[in-house]
Design a protein around this ligand. Structure first.
Ligand code: S3P
Length: 435
């Protein structure tokens, strides 16, 4: 029987300041580069969500010394060439980023390993990485005919490739670039639409031989990397839940500190602005190649919008919460070119449509997106997270504008990317700060 959590706020108004937890994508990459590089790396602002903890566990099994206290992580690595073969399977839990990026890393390491995952991850496509990695000479076999987990990877020498990435996916691009670090020659990945570039930024920070020109990223293998310190900015994908809440609820005005503002991730800000939201960005700085700053956002009645094309990879993880926002906008919002949503932690087109319909939203699923008619008053009801953290948080934010209580099925999955989510939400409703 799934766990249930009922959430109900009486006419909530959000205000206060919040320090947003660390970025999931950057936290994974900080641990990965710190473990590949020889020597010491210190990571601050690390996201202690379950997915990133899985990445840490894998490297410990490979013989890397990693200590963590909350958001601070200390890595001391012998370097990828001197990792040891793990005695047990490497378990990735729910984390697609861990699995796909590790496939690229393990392909060129001197170890043999088997990667497994939970039921959701075991149904997600891995051929998008195994196919190009085999072109590089990788020895990867799936224990299923359809190239799903478990994957058995026997590290071997790799050759560079020039790859046209058919899916707009940073995980695919990154898997190939990580393999390229060990490959003979210069590996290139071309993308039709630019996906998040945290791997490229982190490679530069650790001194890898990498360049990006006109949509083509190239890394030349063989350069030895040494440990560096990394500060992880806050996750705009986590901040997005509160941005949407403040935009929807009359009288709300919040300040989100430490928000990652890498331009490959800020599609949600562009959409909110186009919808007429009141947003002000202050205190912008750069740290290890990543932009961050403060986002001030307050309520405004919003217009509908069309979201498609090159914008999609820049807000792919925010589409569930944007769909909720669209239920409160004045008119019809169309989301298209987002078929990738069907192969996320769950089929997010079907799951978002079902969860929002269950509380009275007027929303239709299409093959590659959703059509949402607003404004619609939401009722209470039961919303299934389908074990997907972003669906669980979407349901909690829906409860803020629903007329009755919302019961969330399987809310524990929220720990995957935002363990303190409910505390932070309650703080903003009580007009407090975690600063
Ligand atoms: C991620 C890339 C995206 C995103 C995921 C994290 C990453 O996945 O949805 O949450 O860290 O590289 P895709 O590469 O499948 O689009």
């Amino acid at each position: 029987m799934d766990e249930l959590k009922t959430v109900h706020f009486n006419h909530p108004v959000l205000s206060g300041e919040l320090i947003v937890p660390g970025d999931k994508s950057i936290s994974h990459r900080a641990i990965m580069l710190g473990s590949i590089a020889k020597g010491k790396t210190e990571v601050t602002g690390f996201l202690d969500g379950e997915d990133c903890l899985r990445t840490i566990e894998m490297f410990k099994q490979l013989g890397v010394s990693i200590e963590r206290q909350g958001k601070n992580v200390w890595i001391d690595s012998p370097g990828l060439q001197d990792w040891k073969t793990p005695t047990d399977e490497l378990y990735a839990g729910n984390s697609g980023t861990t699995t796909r990026l590790m496939a690229g890393i393990l392909a060129g390491a001197h170890v043999t390993s088997v990667m497994t995952g939970d039921a959701s991850l075991s149904n997600r496509p891995m051929d998008r990485v195994t196919v190009p990695l085999r072109e590089m000479g990788a020895s990867i076999s799936s224990e299923t005919a359809s190239e799903l987990l478990p994957l058995r990877i026997k590290g071997t020498s790799l050759q560079a490739i020039d790859y046209q990435n058919p899916v707009g996916s940073a995980q695919v691009k990154s898997a190939i670039l990580f393999a390229g670090l060990q490959a003979d020659g210069t590996t290139s990945v071309r993308e039709k639409t630019t996906s998040r570039d945290h791997t490229e930024q982190m490679f530069k920070h650790f001194g890898a031989d990498i360049e990006s020109v006109d949509g083509k990223v190239s890394v030349t293998g063989g350069r030895a990397l040494t440990g560096r310190n990394v500060h992880v900015p806050g996750d705009i994908s986590s901040a997005a839940f509160f941005m949407v809440a403040a935009s929807m609820i009359e009288g709300s005005a919040i300040t989100l500190l430490n928000v990652g503002l890498n331009p490959t991730r800020t599609g949600v800000l562009d959409v909110l602005k186009e919808m007429g939201a009141s947003i002000e960005i202050t205190n912008e700085t750069d740290e290890n190649g990543e932009r961050l700053g403060t986002v001030n956002i307050s309520h405004q009645q919003l217009k509908p919008v069309e979201i498609s094309g090159a914008l999609i990879p820049r807000l792919i993880d925010e589409l569930p919460i944007i769909a909720l926002l669209a239920t409160q906008a004045d008119g019809t919002t169309v989301i298209k070119d987002a078929a990738e949503l069907r192969v996320k932690e769950t089929d997010r087109i079907a799951a978002v449509t079902e969860a929002l319909s269950a509380v009275g939203a007027n929303i239709e699923a299409t093959d590659d997106g959703m059509i949402i008619h607003g404004p619609t008053p939401l009722t209470g009801g039961t919303m299934d997270s389908y074990g997907d953290h972003r669906l669980g948080m979407m349901a909690a934010i829906a409860s803020l504008v629903a007329s009755g209580p919302v019961t969330i099925k399987d809310p524990a999955c929220i720990d995957i990317s935002y363990p303190a989510f409910f505390e932070d939400l309650e703080r903003l409703v009580r007009h407090e700060t975690n600063n």
